[in-house]
Design a protein around this ligand. Sequence first.
Ligand code: AMP
Ligand code: FE
Ligand code: FE
Ligand code: ZN
Length: 280
Amino acid sequence: MSGIIDLHCHTTASDGKLTARELLRHAKKAGIATIGITDHDHVGAIDEAMEAGRALGVDVVPGVELSADLNGADVHILGYFINHHDPSLREHLAFLRAQRLQRAERIVKKLNALQVPLRLEAVLEQAGGGSVGRPHIASALVDEGLAESYQEAFLRYIGNGKPAYEQKYRVSPRQVFETIAAAGGLAFIAHPGTTLDEQSLLALLHDGVDGIEVIHPSHSPERVAFYRAIVDRHSLLASGGSDFHGGNKNDADALGRFGITADNLAMIRSRLGRNRLRTR
Ligand code: AMP
Ligand code: FE
Ligand code: FE
Ligand code: ZN
C-alpha cells in the first residue's frame, strides 16, 4: 500500500486548529495513508479520528505527546500505539491537564502584573476544553490586541525565560517512558533538533527510549542523516511526521510533506509489546 505515513499531528484536543474529523479529511486529501494523532497530554481525539479514518480509508495510529524536564529544558516525548482507553493513562493525563490549567492561571496573573490585561476566559476559549498550553495564551494575546503577533507573544512575554514564563509540572524523561510503557506503547524523543544537544540525547537513549523522531519540519537534511545514524547505531526505531497544528504555526501546507517509510512503520509495529524499559 502506498501513501504518506505522518505520525505527528495535533487536533483541537490540544493546540491544533482542526477537529479530528476535519484533520482526517485534510489528511486524506494530502495523500496520507497512515496518521498518528499526538495531542499534548490528551488522547480524547483518537476515537473520533479512528472512526473518521475508517470511513475515509486512513489508518490511525493512537499516540500522545508528553513533556519532560531535563535540567530545566523542555523535552517532548511521543508515545505510539498506547492503549488510549487505559484508565490509569487517562487519569494521569487528566492530572497533567489540571496542572496545565493551574499554570495558565499563573501565567495570566504574571501578565496582569505586567499591565497586560489578559483574561483567563480568553485563554480557555482558545483551548476549547482541550489541554491548555502557551500556544493558546499566545493566540489569546493576539486576538485581544495585546500582542502584535503570535511570535511576539513568546518573545515578549511567555517564551522560556521571559517575564510571564511559568514552568510546567515537572516530570523526568524516565517517568514519561514508564507512563508510555505502562500503557503498552513505545516512546520516541520528539523533534530532538529543536531542544536537545547530542549529549543530552545520548543520555536519554540509555534511559530506555525506543526511538527518535528523525523526520520533522525543523530538521535539516543533515540533521535527519545524523539522527538516522544514531538510530541505526543503537538499534532504535525511527519515526517522523509534520507536527501539523493546522493554522497558527505557519504549517498550513505541512500535511503530506513529512513522513516515514513503510519499512520504518513495520519496524515500529514489530516491536510492540517489547519496549526497551520492559525488556531490560
Ligand atoms: P507548553 O507545552 O504549554 O509549554 O507550550 C509549548 C509549545 O509552545 C511548543 O510546542 C511550541 O509550539 C510553542 N512555543 C514554545 N516556545 C515558542 C517560541 N519561542 N515561539 C513560538 N512558539 C513557541
Ligand atoms: Fe503543539
Ligand atoms: Fe512537540
Ligand atoms: Zn507536536
